[in-house]
Design a protein around this ligand. Structure first.
Ligand SMILES: [Zn+2]
Ligand SMILES: [Zn+2]
Length: 204
């Protein structure tokens, strides 16, 4: 109870001073698992996993077994899109609370009040989901497929969404991977790294 009260006092202090709340960071993180939804290409996702591993410095693996079916209750037939939060919250939780699960789908995702999202994370939490659909140059109709560009974008989104699960919010520092990006031009201009502030919050 004492602990609970002091936490509440801390939260109140944070609210009053306007500082950003403390973030849980990556302490205790040992494993990130990417879970495929049906239709995702395992070979491509293994390359994405390798890219994410290079940033977080812990093993990132692609879950064995059959890909998950897309939950029909998440589908908005008029939009032809799936509600990201339903996919995200239906993912298997990692065995250890410090670890993370990232779902990956080819389906186009949306969120309430947003036309689409590249991904969506629990903030903080242990699960996030991302879509490759709009990261593909050919999605936009006038470009050729480009695997390297797709891979680069996908690793950025994965790192960004996982950053949210560790409590990071959007960051205004130019180039920081935690900058909000809802168009590919912005995404392509961000770096695959955290700014020094975000890096410090992650505790890495
Ligand atoms: Zn974000
Ligand atoms: Zn930052």
């Amino acid at each position: 109870m004492i602990q609970r009260l002091s936490l509440l006092a801390l939260l109140a202090a944070v609210t009053l001073t306007g500082c950003s709340p403390d973030v849980p960071g990556t302490e205790g993180l040992e494993q990130i698992t990417i879970v495929l939804f049906e239709g995702a290409d395992r070979e491509l996702v293994e390359d994405i996993a390798e890219g994410v591993q290079g940033v977080y410095g812990v093993p990132v693996s692609v879950a064995d077994g059959e890909p998950l079916p897309l939950p029909t209750e998440a589908l908005d037939e008029t939009r032809g899109q799936y509600l990201a939060a339903t996919l995200r919250d239906g993912l298997p939780a990692p065995a250890d609370e410090h670890d993370r699960t990232l779902g990956l789908t080819e389906a186009d995702l949306y969120a309430r009040k947003l036309n689409f999202v590249f991904g969506q994370a629990q903030l903080p939490g242990d699960r996030a989901v991302m879509s490759l659909a709009r990261l593909r140059p050919e999605f936009w109709g006038h470009n050729e497929p480009d695997r390297d560009l797709l891979l680069e974008r996908a690793v950025k989104i994965a790192v960004h969404e996982l950053g949210h699960t560790f409590g990071l919010r959007h960051c205004d520092t130019p180039g920081c991977i935690m900058q909000f990006a809802n168009v590919l031009l912005q995404l392509d201009q961000t770096n695959l790294e955290f700014c020094s502030d975000c890096h410090a919050k992650l505790g890495r």
